[in-house]
Design a protein around this ligand. Structure first.
Ligand code: TYM
Length: 335
């Protein structure tokens, strides 16, 4: 069970249906590295309930997310895929790390500030201490890398600070992990508001594409995508002055592998009218095999169940080793 490969770990909250943003910013990056690393990926259902969820939707999305992970190329034979709440060590280490995460640090987290502004009637304790649980998710598995999009970098950095603080008191308990952020796709913006991140918790009108969206929906969304109000009408990468077009170029580049220079020359003189549907088509073709395979897997509940059961068992074995070490270090009496 032990391996000398470097380890990767990451998770996604099933708080909304998976978007093109989570695919390009995170999962795509996980799938290409599955052979080179010892990988752990999970559905962060414990994190999802920091915002109110409809129970039936949460259950469906958690399973659908597992089907999507597999459909994106994460072979359960080579990757440990599990549901966070099935491995109770996350909560146990989460509590310990709560006692090593400072109020000031937690107060500075951008996600906490954003989410508390959006859910003013439900600023609960879990929302505030979320990063300590996320630090536990990571540190339990002693990973080398944590592949995430740009927006999660701050949480991974806080994880590193907590780990260093803990190691400073008790010796080398935790490996200090590195965030692993893709060069293209780290921050996919909304198609209707290029100043805001494409987010899974928003509705369709907020310019998000879902991994399971039908091709017609995707094409419609791209045709409606905001381009910039400059008079130039030309496809050129300029994040500052042309954020809408630049976002579409990032999506096109991440889906086709073409560089920005190649994209600029491909659409030279064409204007936005031809560019927007071309991006839509590239996205449709990127997502099509994933959507079809995930839909097929969703019909095979027995298979999904065997995957998450095996995954929780493997993850739990590893997590328990770290947790025992931590409990001993802080002074708990062994069972
Ligand atoms: P979450 O569920 O918000 O997002 C999942 C992953 O997708 C990335 N992502 C994006 N990347 C580019 N552009 C976007 N528009 C976009 N939207 C989302 C995120 O950066 C993330 O990598 N707290 C985490 C879940 C988590 C976790 C962990 C991650 C819990 N424990 C431990 C890593 C390790 C979250 O809310 O991600």
């Amino acid at each position: 069970m032990e391996t000398t490969k470097k380890r990767m770990l990451s998770g996604i909250k099933p708080s909304g249906d998976l978007t093109l943003g989570s695919y390009l910013g995170a999962i795509k990056n996980w799938a290409v590295r599955a052979d080179l690393f010892d990988c752990y990926y999970f559905m962060a259902d414990l994190h999802a309930i920091t915002v109110r969820q409809n129970p039936a939707d949460l259950r469906r999305r958690t399973l659908e997310q597992l089907a999507q992970y597999i459909a994106c190329g994460l072979d359960p034979e080579k990757n440990t895929l599990f549901i966070q709440s099935h491995v109770p060590q996350h909560v146990e280490l989460g509590w310990v790390l709560n006692c090593y995460a400072m109020f000031g640090e937690l107060s500075r987290m951008t996600q906490f500030k954003d989410k508390s502004a959006k859910n003013a009637d439900n600023i609960n304790g879990g929302l505030f201490t979320y990063p300590a649980l996320m630090a536990a998710d990571i540190l339990l598995y002693q990973p080398d890398y944590v592949p995430v999009g740009e927006d999660q970098k701050q949480h991974v950095e806080l994880t590193r600070d907590i780990a260093r603080r803990f190691n400073g008191i008790y010796g080398d308990v935790f490996k200090i992990p590195e965030p692993f952020i893709p060069e293209t796709g780290a921050r996919i913006m909304s198609l209707t508001n290029p100043a805001a991140k494409m987010s899974k918790s928003e509705n369709e009108d907020t310019g998000r594409i879902l991994v399971m969206d039908a091709p017609e929906t995707i094409m419609r969304q791209f045709k409606r995508a905001i381009t910039d109000s400059d008079t130039e009408n030309c496809v050129r990468y300029d994040k500052e002055n042309k954020p809408g077009v630049s976002n579409l170029m990032t999506i096109y580049s991440a889906c086709t592998g073409k560089s920005y220079a190649e994209i600029e020359s491909e659409f030279a003189g064409c204007g936005y009218g031809k560019f927007k549907p071309a991006v839509g088509e590239a996205v449709v073709e990127t997502l099509r095999p994933i959507r079809e395979e995930a839909a097929r897997l969703m019909k095979d509940k027995a298979y999904l169940e065997s995957v998450y059961r095996d995954g929780a068992q493997k993850a739990g074995y590893f997590a328990e080793k770290t947790l025992r070490k931590v409990y001993k270090k802080v002074g708990f009496v062994a069972k």
